[in-house]
Structure formats: C-alpha cells, structure tokens
Design a protein around this ligand. Structure first.
Ligand SMILES: [Zn+2]
Length: 1020
C-alpha cells in the first residue's frame, strides 16, 4: 500500500477512533495495531505521515490490553526516539508522542520495561531541559505531558525506586519551587507534588506498638471482633508496619478492563429485609428479670402522701428517695457486678498548684481574679506549670521547672471567678469531683480549662476560608525533610511510652503533657525549630481510633509561628479541610478575664502523609497511609500554658459537677432524682436522672396525671470524642431544671429518663470512640454484655422494663457529634423511607406507617437555627442495626427513636450560616430540643390532637411535601467507622495522593482540586 493512502486512512481513523468506545478492541482484533507501529518505524523522519499515525496509536494505547501488546512490539522504544530535548520544532508531534507514551505506561508491564531500560532518568532530564529552556512558558502542555509519563512510571514500586535513585525528588522539588510564583504553572507544581508524594519513602510511625499506651484488663475477652483479635496477637508482633505492605505481586495488568461494570453499590447498606424492618413483637425477656429496674422508676408508684404540698415543703427529698435501694443490680448472667480498676487510686486530699508568674489583672469590666486577700488557700502553690493533685510523689519535682519560688513565699494561683458567670461551674467543686473519678492511668493532674471553666464566646467565629495552595505548601515542607535531612531535629520532647523521656529545658523546645482527664497525646517530636509532629494514643484495648486530642503546651515563645502536625489520623477526610479550626485555651487569657476555648490556627489542612499504616491498623487493607492534620499557631503570651483540643472538652468530672449544681436548682415544683444506673468497667458510677414536675397535690387526680405522663428517654456521649453531644445535653438539662413556665409545662408533660454520659470511662481516659472494652458501645445494643457493656446493658434493660410495664417511651434520642457534616440533624427510622431508598420491592410500599417520626425533626427545624431538616435521614441501614436508634425502634417499639447529630464544625444554613459552632449554640440546641418536645405534645396527646386537628393535618401535609428529602440525602452509603452516612459535601482530598487510582484530570480540574471553593462542601 502506498504511503499516501496510509496517511489518508490514518487521518480518517483519527477522526473516527475517539467516537467509538470499542475502536481499540476492534483494531486489535483486526490485527491493525502492528500495521500502524510498522508504519511509524519506517517513517520516523517523515513528520507529515508520522503525526496521523501517532495520533491513531494514542487512541489504540488508551486500551490497556492494546498497550501491553504495543509494548511488546517495541512501541515504547519508538516513542523515545521521537521524544527529545527542548526544541521549538515539531511540538505537536512531540505532544502526541508523549501522550501515547503516557498511555502505554499505564500498563504496569510497560512501566517495568521502561524502568529496566533506564527511561526514568531520561524523562527527568528531558523535563529539566524543558523547564530550563521554556522560559516564557509557551509549552506548558508538553512539560505537563512529560510529568504525566513520570507519574505513570512511578505507579509501580520499581519506578518509585528509580525515581529516588535518579534524584527525582530534588529535581521535581527544585523545578516546582521555581514555578511557584507563576500561577499558570500550577498544573506542573500539582503534578510534581503528586509524584513526589507517591515516591516519598514510606516511613514507620515512630512507635514500638500502635496498641494503646494504657491497658485495661478485661474479665473476659469477647469471643470475636477486634478486641479478640488484639488479644490473640503475639506480643512480639510488629503492628506498626508489616513488611508485606509494599508487595509488588499485586502490580499486574488486569486483562479485562474493557467492560468495566458500573458497580453501583451506593445503596447496598440499606436494609431491604422487610421482616427486619418490622418492629419485633415478641417479649424477649421474662418480666422477673426486669423487675429490678423498678428501682429506677419509683415515681410511678409513689403516692406522695408524705409530701407537704401546702407549704411546698420537701418533707421528702426526691433526690434521696431510694437511698436504701442504692446498690448494684445483680445480673443473673454474671457473678461480677463490676470490675474495679486494679490500681487503687491514691488518696487525693488537697490540691497543689504551682506558682503564677504574673499577677492577676482585672479586665473588661469583669473582675475574674479572686484577690489573694479574699481567698488565701494554704494548699495552693503556684506557677503556671501544673495543676497537680496532692498525694503524688512527683509533685515537688513538677514545680521546680523555673525555680521561681526563690522569694520563699508560696504564690497563689489566681482562679478566674468563673462561678460568677457560669452558674454551673465551681473550681473547688470540680476538684472534689476529680478525686472520685477513676482513670486507668491514675491521673494526678487537672487541666486548667476544666478547673477554671469555659465561658462561651459571644464573638462570632466564622468558618475559615481556605488559603490558596495551603496543602501544597505543607506538603512541600514535608518533602523538604527528605531534601534537607540535616535541618531535621527529630527530637522527642514528650513520650508516654517512655516515662523517663528527658524534659528538655533549654528553652528551645515546647513542653507537652496530656496526663489529665480526657487528655490524649502520646508523643511529641520536635522536627524543626518551630515544628512538631504529634502522635495520638489509640483507644484503650484498641490500636486505632485516633481523632480526639487534648493536650497542654508550655514554654513557648510569643509571636512565633509554630506548626503542629498530628501525623496518625485515620479518616480519609476531615472538616479541618472545610473551615474547622482547633480549639485553644490560654491560661494567661483566662486569668486576664477571658476564660474561653477559642477557635484558632491558620494554614489548617488535612492530607494523606508518608507514614504507612499496617494492615492490622487499616482493617486488613494493605498499603494504606495515615493522614496529617496540620495547624499553625502564634502564641500571644510568654510563660503561658495553653491547651489544644479537637473540640470543646467536657470531662466526666465536669458532668458530675454540673449534676451537683443542677440538683441545687431543684425547687418544690421539680421532681429530680439521680440514680446510679450501674458501675462502669473502670469503676465509675454512671448516672441516671429522672426529671419531671411534682404532682400538684397528693389527690388521686393529680397523682393519676403524674403517673400518666409519657416517658422521654435521652442519652448522650456514647462516643467520647463527640464532646459536643455533652454540651447539647447540658443545654437540655439546664432547660429542664429551669424555672421558666415552658420548662414547668414540659416537666408536667413528660417524665424524663436521662443517661447524660453512656461512656464515662471512654471520656475519662481520652478515648475517641470506645469504652474500656475496646469496643464501640453504639454497636452493642442488639446484644449487650452485662460485664463488658454495663451501661448499654442496663440502659436497654431499663427500656425493656418500661416497655414491659406499658410505658414505652414516646421519644428516644441519643445525642452524638458528626465529624463530617455541618449543622445539627437527626437520623430516625422509617420502614417506608427505607423501602423507597432501597428501590426494592416497591409493592411493600402499601404498608401503613404513621408519619409521626417526622414531626419532631420538622418542629426542630422551625425553632432551632442550627437544625437542618434536609440533612435528616430516616433510612435504616444494615450497618446500624446494633445502634441505639435502630434497636430502640425495633425492639422496644419506640416510633420516634433518633440519633441527634451535632456538627463539630459549623453551620451552612440558617442564622449561624458561615459560623463555627460554639458551646452557646450547642447548649441552645439542647434547650430548643426541649421546646420541640413541648410542641410535640400537641401532636401526640389524644386530647390535644382532637383540639388541633386542622393544624395536625397542616403539618402532615407539609411532611408529605418534604418527601423528596430522602432523595437529597440518597448518598447514604456505609462508611466504615463512620457514625452515620457520609454525605455529599465530601471532596476527596486524598485523591491527589491516591496511589491506586489517579484520575487523569484536565488542568482546570486539577486546579479545582487544589483549591476547593468555599462552597464545594455545601452539601448541595
Ligand atoms: Zn457518635
């Protein structure tokens, strides 16, 4: 055939090819590949003919099987004959050759072949040459294409090694830094950064084991699950990395990529078994077993004859009503009622406080400093060092840091008078509470913020706009560690694993501690003068769940930018990428009249890092990395003590203090009782509250009204890291105990049973997710074990008792926090909505279902500014079948059974749109939840419903109008270890560094990746 004809045929094929998806396959089956290859071989100097042939080759190579075949017939080598150093000639041809090469290199076999032939250094040299000569940036596309080839080569391990050996890191780092100032070169910088991240040698997390530093012996180990796995692990086993992770064996070309099926498993977590969706009718436990729970419901049988209603005098104190009954519930299935901590807490009598370095000042009109004259406490020793509980040997050692006590007199810690502005706070009472809190590490220190208290800010704290290129900048700084290794200090400055870790006191390093209630920081490493890598501790009896942090920093220099990197985060994305900031509490600020946790930090971002995660820690998946959460802070004061936390801390001791203060608010109208639901594994008492209104008198009518009030059951903080749920609960409790007419009316309407903290041990010990058994308690509701999950076991039993006595709660709500979504919202349970969502057997849709489960969320969306109805979902997921919400709905038969999720970040709708959430908003939400319950009464009480019939219909019509809502949230996919479904706002930041699957992006798209607009996470 003559070449002119071939030229025409190929010109035609170039036009037709891209229009036919099967073009490449057809060409291969017809033996056309080699025709073109041979044509190219013969016409390397004939650019006129070469161009259309290469263009066709590029189309062929887009098919992976073709790419393998083309590689075997020498096409790679051919391409390298065309690609050469900088030249202004034939750039079109060069571009097509590069694209063809990039397509060929997607085949791992070809990539290996190219590495073996030494093409990687060649490509790097070509790239450098273009970088040097293309000074006016006319050939961006070519430079980008060269990088594309390098990127595909480094998909294989061999390629990454060749890249490192060829000094690729330094070459791309240097070229990129030279490009940084020119915005149009961003695509080059981004691709370079992506390649460097891929090639960055995987590091071992600097730990001996990822198992929690603290252990809690279990009376028995569960037979299966993660805890059993952990216990069966041989002690000498290296769980930080496993060698097999970097296994080349997986790097083979898949031959059947052509008919990739759209695997749409989006909805595969939705429960489709209609029988599982129907409430379970049978009584599962004999009533005799439940009878013991009567002690928590004495108000149902109380006749109040001994109460002096005339004088409103509490002849009897409800709060002490069943003192005689207080004692452990004996569970028939076990001999042990609780497992006490093996280490007896030492006697903690008084408090020693180190010396303050500044005298108190009175600012802003609030005198927060107690003057020394007014309150000299001989037990207080001061320094803004440590707040230490006495009775521990090391106390004196802890105070000598700066030997500021040369004056000979004991200074006084100035306690901000937060009690004046915080009705439920009292530092002295807090310390009292701390003494009876049992922790696994046996904490001896108290964190100042918990002691002083936190006053909610009136200031608005906007959701932070992400700075352009911040992630890139941080990644470059990480890469510099490799480029300039001698700049790296690598100095361990805090290490829980090594208690003898020297305290470096040369003034050049920050000091850290986390040895206080709810504290979490395992290790701190100074990497550069003002930069620290931080490692979080795993939940007790577990080897992961790193998210919650709470630690103290001191010895800082003011006015300097410190960078902190938490390097062992696990989730693939975080609200830290969408405007959320960390929380900081400054003791100097507190003493100066501003005792606030404030949102702080700049240059915040969250990205995949170069620390490898062992398959043990990654749930069996190999080759996973950890994520870094980085933030930068400038401290204002010298000699300050600052605290950082993931979210507003709320300790178990804080809860106990708040409960005591709430008890004091009790009036003659309020019935308030506090029982011990049970003891926890760690030997703490889990409180159960009963709140309602006292009957008006002991007349039969009034007692009848009292006893016929429906029960509302509330709980919170099953997940320790979700401290926001405790603040919401605080808001609810304060409202319930308040003297407002609404509160009284609410108390007259319902009997509240409240477990304000379902997981005290987890909270105390700084866990993020689990209890001391190493398990997620909100996955134990189906079959709670009395020994391992006592709080869940007894809460569920109490609910079963209520049901058995005909007092099935009207509403059940478990308060949670959500780390990925904005606003406050609810998850409920609906058979119909689940069936709709699953798109399965629509015929079963004619089952009848009361829409009542939608009323409360609807009401809340009308009254609570943070609440968003469109984020609510009423779908029952398989993965959630053992959660409180689903079990209480199915087994106890509570139609209005909810999880209420509060954002950790902020709101994107309503009055608080664009603002980060604070404790005031969270507490307000808790109070408004109560108001919602009061309004709900109109729709649930038979009498009231009769009177408001038309209004009820209105609301129901509204509800029907909002039926499209579940479709909005239809991306309810099951996300491992995610509390609730992941949502639309998720933008995968990790994609940039995703080894397995780099989507080839247009430059524009990649720009977008680098800079997500502020609205990219708005949840549509
Ligand atoms: Zn949760």
């Amino acid at each position: 055939m003559n070449e002119e004809l071939m030229l025409q045929i190929h010109s035609l094929l170039v036009k037709v090819g891209p229009k036919d998806r099967k073009f490449g396959v057809k060409a291969r089956l017809n033996g056309a590949l080699n025709v073109t290859v041979n044509l190219v071989k013969r016409n390397l100097q004939n650019s006129k003919l070469l161009l259309p042939c290469l263009q066709v080759l590029r189309v062929y190579a887009g098919n992976l099987v073709n790419a393998v075949s083309l590689g075997k017939s020498g096409t790679l080598e051919l391409m390298f004959e065309i690609i050469g150093p900088y030249s202004k000639k034939n750039t079109t041809l060069l571009k097509v050759a590069l694209d063809t090469l990039a397509a060929l290199l997607k085949s791992k076999m070809n990539a290996r072949r190219a590495v073996d032939r030494g093409y990687l250094p060649t490509l790097l040299a070509i790239y450098q040459d273009w970088h040097r000569n293309d000074t006016r940036h006319c050939h961006l596309i070519i430079r980008k294409s060269i990088l594309g080839c390098i990127k595909n080569l480094t998909t294989i391990k061999l390629g990454r090694k060749a890249f490192i050996d060829a000094n690729g890191m330094r070459i791309l780092y240097n070229t990129s830094t030279e490009c940084l100032s020119v915005r149009t070169l961003d695509p080059l910088v981004n691709t370079s950064s992506l390649i460097m991240r891929k090639c960055f040698p995987k590091n071992r997390l600097p730990l001996l084991t990822i198992k929690s530093i603290y252990q809690h012996p279990l009376s028995h180990v569960p037979s299966g699950g993660p805890v059993a796995q952990l216990y069966s692990q041989p002690p000498e086993m290296d769980d930080v990395v496993d060698e097999s992770d970097e296994n080349e064996a997986t790097e083979v070309d898949t031959e059947n990529e052509e008919d990739e099926t759209e695997d749409n498993n989006e909805n595969d977590d939705i429960e489709t078994d209609i029988n599982k969706l129907r409430p379970r009718q049978m009584q599962t436990r004999p009533f005799d077993e439940l009878r013991v729970y009567e002690r928590f419901c004495v108000e149902f049988t109380k006749d109040f004859k001994d109460y002096d209603f005339e004088n409103c005098r509490a002849v009897f104190h409800p709060s002490s009503v069943n003192q005689d009954l207080n004692g452990p519930i004996i569970i028939p299935t076990t001999t042990l009622t609780s497992v006490r901590s093996p280490n007896r807490r030492q006697q903690l009598e008084s408090v020693q406080l180190p010396k303050p370095t500044e005298s108190p000042t009175e600012l802003d009109g609030i005198s927060l400093a107690k003057t020394p004259e007014s309150k000299p406490d001989p037990d207080l020793v001061c320094s803004l060092g440590r707040l230490v509980l006495d009775g521990v040997d090391s106390v004196n050692g802890d105070c000598d840091d700066r030997s500021q006590d040369e004056s000979g007199e004991q200074g006084l810690l100035v306690v901000p008078d937060t009690a004046a502005v915080l009705p439920l706070h009292d530092p002295d009472l807090y310390l009292e509470m701390v003494k009876s809190t049992r922790s696994v590490p046996i904490y001896t220190e108290v964190a100042y913020p918990d002691y002083f208290g936190h006053v909610g800010l009136d200031l608005r704290e906007p959701i932070v706009e992400r700075v352009y290129g911040v992630q890139r900048m941080k990644i470059f700084q990480d890469i510099e560690r490799l480029i300039h290794p001698f700049d790296i200090l690598d100095k361990v400055v805090y290490d829980l694993d090594n208690q003898s870790c020297p305290v470096i006191d040369n003034g050049n390093s920050l000091k850290f501690t986390s040895k206080f209630e709810s504290g979490n920081l395992r290790k701190a490493i100074q990497v550069r003068k003002f930069e620290y890598d931080l490692i979080l501790n795993s939940d007790i009896n577990s080897n992961h769940y790193h998210q919650w942090f709470y630690f103290e920093v001191s010895n800082m220099r003011p006015g300097v930018r410190y960078r902190f990197n938490i390097i062992n985060c696990e989730k693939s994305n975080s609200q830290f990428n969408y405007g959320m900031q960390v929380l900081m509490y400054s003791v100097q600020e507190a003493i100066n009249g501003r005792p606030h946790w404030v949102r702080t930090g700049s240059d915040i971002c969250y990205y995949k890092n170069h620390f490898s995660r062992s398959s043990i820690a990654a749930g069996g998946q190999k080759g996973k990395s950890y994520f870094t959460m980085t933030f930068t802070v400038t401290f204002q004061h010298k000699d300050d003590v600052c605290y950082f936390a993931y979210h507003y801390p709320y300790t178990f001791s804080t809860l106990k203090m708040h409960l005591q203060k709430l008890r004091a608010l009790q009036t003659a109208q309020i019935y308030y009782r506090e029982d011990e639901l049970c003891q926890t594994l760690g030997g703490n008492s889990c409180p159960l509250l009963t709140i309602t209104a006292m009957p008006e008198s002991s007349s039969d009518d009034h007692i009848d009204q009292f006893r016929s009030r429906p029960v509302v059951f509330l709980s919170a903080r099953v997940h320790p890291g979700e401290t926001n749920s405790s603040w919401v609960m605080k808001g609810s409790l304060e409202f319930l105990m308040s003297s407002s007419p609404k509160a009284q009316s609410l108390r007259e309407s319902y009997i509240f049973k409240i477990v304000p903290m379902l997981n005290p041990d987890g909270v105390i010990n700084g866990n993020h997710r689990c209890s001391l058994s190493g398990e997620d308690l909100n996955r134990q509701w189906q079959n709670p074990n009395a020994e391992l999950h006592p709080t869940i076991y007894h809460a569920k039993s109490l609910l079963q008792y209520l049901r058995a006595t005909g007092r099935t709660p009207l509403v059940f709500c478990d308060y949670h926090g959500h780390s990925r979504k904005k606003n406050v919202f609810m998850y409920g349970c609906s058979i119909k909505e689940t069936v709709w969502q699953s798109n399965a057997n629509t015929s079963s849709c004619d089952l009848q279902e009361d829409l009542g489960y939608r009323t409360l969320p609807k009401l809340l969306s009308q009254i609570a500014p943070a609440f968003s109805l469109s984020s609510c979902s009423f779908v029952v997921e398989r993965s959630k079948e053992a959660t409180a919400r689903v079990v209480v709905w199915r087994e106890i038969g509570v139609q209005r059974s909810y999880t209420m999720e509060s954002t950790l970040c902020g709101c994107d709708q309503g009055k608080y749109k664009g603002l980060q959430i604070g404790t005031q908003e969270l507490e307000e939400m808790g109070a408004l939840f109560c108001v919602g319950l009061l309004r709900l009464k109109r729709f649930t009480s038979p009498l009231e419903v009769h009177n408001h019939k038309s209004h009820v219909l209105d609301i129901e019509n509204d509800l029907i109008d909002t039926r499209s809502i579940p479709n909005i949230s239809s991306s309810t996919t099951y996300v491992l270890d995610e509390d609730e479904p992941a949502f639309l706002e998720e933008v995968d930041y990790s994609a940039e560094s995703n080894d397995e699957n780099d989507p080839v992006l247009e430059p524009e798209l990649q720009d977008n990746l680098a800079l997500p607009g502020p609205n990219s996470d708005s949840g549509v």
